[in-house]
Write a protein that binds this ligand. Sequence first.
Ligand code: FES
Ligand code: FES
Length: 152
Amino acid sequence: MISINLNGREQLFDVEDDMPLLWLIREEAGLRGTKFGCGIAQCGACTVHIDNQAVRSCMYPAVAAHGKQVNTVETLGSKEAPHALQAAWIKHQVPQCGYCQSGMMMAAAALLKSTPNPSSDDIDTAMTNICRCGTYSRVKAAILDVAKEMSL
Ligand code: FES
Ligand code: FES
């Protein structure tokens, strides 16, 4: 049995030793915004925040999250009150098929937390998520937009 603060709520989960955190999030907690892509920590579709750091949850053992704070894309914002990144994503029409985008936004949110005014190079270094629809330039434009707003 492990205890995780998931999206602001302490919860207990009975998990197998080899269960990835992504499985706990999707199958045990029923939060489907975090996606399964490659399963080998390459694509970033499964990105969540653990203690405010972007982590690829497909390769992160659920048991290692015991006692930690895990936030998923469901905490970013809502339809009524979107996060600045979600608003910028809409403004720049970033999502195409949309599959990779929750991971993209979670990676971007972690970047802006650690580097509120990122350069183009900072974004290239931090945003290693893969998008089969090729939304990279729109992702960068949206992040730069939010960074500009934050610095005003
Ligand atoms: S599904 Fe986790 S990095 Fe691709
Ligand atoms: S929007 Fe389709 S994979 Fe990124």
